[in-house]
Design a protein around this ligand. Structure first.
Ligand SMILES: NC(=O)C1=CN([C@@H]2O[C@H](COP(=O)(O)OP(=O)(O)OC[C@H]3O[C@@H](n4cnc5c(N)ncnc54)[C@H](OP(=O)(O)O)[C@@H]3O)[C@@H](O)[C@H]2O)C=CC1
Ligand SMILES: CC(=O)C(=O)O
Ligand SMILES: [Mg+2]
Length: 543
């Protein structure tokens, strides 16, 4: 079907095609006589491969998705590891940076602080509002590690929702990408005549919060079955709005909770391998977070909660964790700290600030080093070698996105640890043949979590997203490795299995929602696990 959307900043009327229902059969004569779907798939891949630059591939796939969503998602599922670096990180980062220049048509909703008092009517512009089940909402203030991109953040919402559709079979017409426009503090965009957003600095938190309150309330009225995923809000607002709304509406923050869940899962599998080599029990791990923003602290909280599940006291669990920010090691004697860092600030150190990563490594002696700092190349050869000297199998996860901001490359991590590293990065790296042995990097990216967490939350019709549901998604992922994947030393399953993985995660999430009493689809309670899994699979949309 064809629907009409008018973006709030424009007087023009644009058309947006939705991927509703089965593809319409074109009337006889409107397609070439021998257009065969299988052959057309080959043709589409040929056109895709003919593009030299990744951004051109991104644009090609965006157009394919608009014109022929069934073909787009079919190819997406068949070529998941080839498509994800294009429709998602790293290329989606460039697509965001260039959004105002490459813009062709509206694909989501824009809500600005100027809509205050009339947000309800803006939301009603969405054509299929009775279908809405999941929205990825960003304010563009911290897109990947690329900083404040303002309204240019829209492609991250679109990209994540494409992965919901491909990865968990969420129906395309039930997804709503939303970008909130509160201005931008990036002067380059304010000076750019093509910039599509409001041309002023970001409004103060107080004003933003008033708009957020109205927005969240009106979302729940307009779309009563909607789950909201907050994405790429700057760290202060990420924590503020998660806490403010999490008990009121079904909402989660992907950067705090999704990242926490995916990294915990990779850590569990890495710790298992490292224990097999060193005999080291879980409660002796020492985890150093290089970067203490929403992602770093989100992962630290998830690990904490897992350690307590494994029998450690809260104090013991907290002592396993060290944070580093732009001022060095985070410790309470350093002075006033941002609220989200304070809980993990070390109380056992009161000396002068330790700012150099090598000095911090010598002091902490970590078994695991997590990078969530946006500091490209921060894990130097010396830092990686120190990790290798400290551990038989060092756990090194450079998780910053996109790939150009990764704290180290897979190649360097392999080379400087003599192939011993247990590795996961936020963006994909190619596998390596190291001394005749194929080594595979893990991709510790929340894309493994949010499709299944989202689908489970939607099917359970949960009233809120509990910590236990997030935890369940993490454990579901950790336990999803096949024997073959385990034998190959993988920390995460192959992304080609995403549908199967998401189904398993969804089932665990539904069970956790039931245990937490936040499920409203209570009929699912009486199903056995095989019945529930079959139900989840039956609800997945297939291209
Ligand atoms: N793999 C995945 O699935 C995910 C990856 N990420 C990635 O994580 C990164 C961080 O995101 P987020 O936490 O929201 O961002 P923030 O900007 O809030 O956090 C960055 C952190 O790094 C610290 N930092 C900056 N410079 C240095 C430095 N020179 N040395 C040490 N620490 C430094 C900052 O310190 P200070 O607090 O002092 O400013 C801050 O604590 C991004 O690149 C993002 O793409 C995010 C979510 C998911
Ligand atoms: C992956 C992701 O959510 C991020 O880098 O922000
Ligand atoms: Mg994010």
């Amino acid at each position: 079907m064809t629907i009409v959307l008018t973006p709030y900043w424009s007087n023009g009327v644009q058309k947006l095609k939705m991927a509703a229902g089965p593809p319409p059969k074109p009337a006889h004569g409107l397609t070439p006589p021998t257009l065969d779907e299988q052959v057309h798939a080959v043709r589409c891949m040929k056109q895709f491969h003919s593009k030299d630059k990744d951004i051109e591939k991104y644009i090609y796939l965006s157009m394919l998705k608009e014109q022929d969503p069934h073909m787009f998602y079919r190819l997406c599922l068949q070529h998941m590891s080839e498509f994800t670096p294009i429709i998602y990180t790293p290329t989606v980062g460039q697509a965001c940076q260039e959004y105002s220049h490459n813009y062709r048509r509206p694909e989501g909703l824009f809500v600005s602080h100027k809509d205050k008092g009339k947000i309800a009517s803006v939301l009603r512009s969405w054509p299929k509002f009775d279908e809405a089940r999941i929205s990825v909402v960003t304010d563009g203030s911290r897109i990947l590690g690329l900083g404040d991109l303002g309204i240019n953040g829209m492609p991250i919402s679109i990209g994540k929702l494409s992965l919901y559709i491909a990865g968990a079979g969420i129906r395309p017409e039930s997804t709503i990408p939303i970008t909130l426009d509160f201005g931008t503090n990036t002067q380059k965009y304010l000076d750019d005549p093509l910039y599509l957003g409001l041309r002023h600095k970001r409004v103060a938190t107080e004003e933003m919060t008033e708009v957020m309150d109205e927005f969240m309330y009106e979302m729940s009225v307009a779309f009563p079955k909607l789950l909201v995923q907050f994405e790429d809000f700057s760290t202060d607002h990420a924590f503020l709005y998660l806490e403010r709304y999490r008990n009121q509406y079904p909402v989660f923050n992907d950067d705090i909770q999704g990242t926490g869940a995916v990294v915990l899962s990779g850590f569990i599998n890495a710790a298992r391998l490292s224990s097999a080599a060193s005999g080291r029990p879980l409660n002796t791990h020492r985890i150093l977070f290089f970067g203490a923003g929403s992602a770093g602290v989100g992962v630290a909280m998830q690990l904490m909660s897992f350690f307590t599940l494994e029998g450690m006291s809260e104090q013991e669990a907290r002592e396993r964790i060290w944070l580093v920010d732009s001022q060095g090691l985070v410790y309470s004697a350093r002075g006033k700290l941002a609220e989200h860092k304070d809980y993990f600030a070390r109380r056992d150190y009161a000396g002068p600030p330790i700012t150099d990563l090598l000095d911090i490594l010598e002091y902490v002696k970590p078994t695991a080093l997590m990078g969530l700092s946006t500091m490209s190349g921060a894990f130097t050869r010396a830092a990686i070698e120190t990790m290798a000297a400290l551990n038989p199998l060092p756990i090194i996860f450079p998780l910053s996105n996109p790939v150009k901001l990764s704290e180290c490359t897979f190649e360097d991590a392999v080379k400087y640890t003599n192939g011993k590293v247990l590795f996961a990065s936020g963006s994909p790296f190619p596998e390596i043949n190291y001394q005749g042995r194929m080594l595979y990097p893990g991709q510790g990216n929340n894309m493994y979590i949010f499709p299944g967490l989202g689908l489970g939350s939607i099917l359970a019709r949960c009233s809120s997203v509990s910590d236990s549901m997030v935890e369940a998604s993490s454990l579901g992922l950790a336990n999803s490795l096949t024997q073959e994947e385990e034998e190959a030393g993988l920390l995460y399953p192959q992304i080609e299995r995403i549908r199967e993985i998401s189904a398993g995660i969804s089932m665990q999430v539904i069970r956790a929602a039931q245990a937490a009493n936040v499920d409203r689809h209570v009929e699912l309670r009486s199903m056995s696990d095989p019945e529930l899994l079959a139900f989840v699979n039956s609800k997945m949309w297939n291209p």
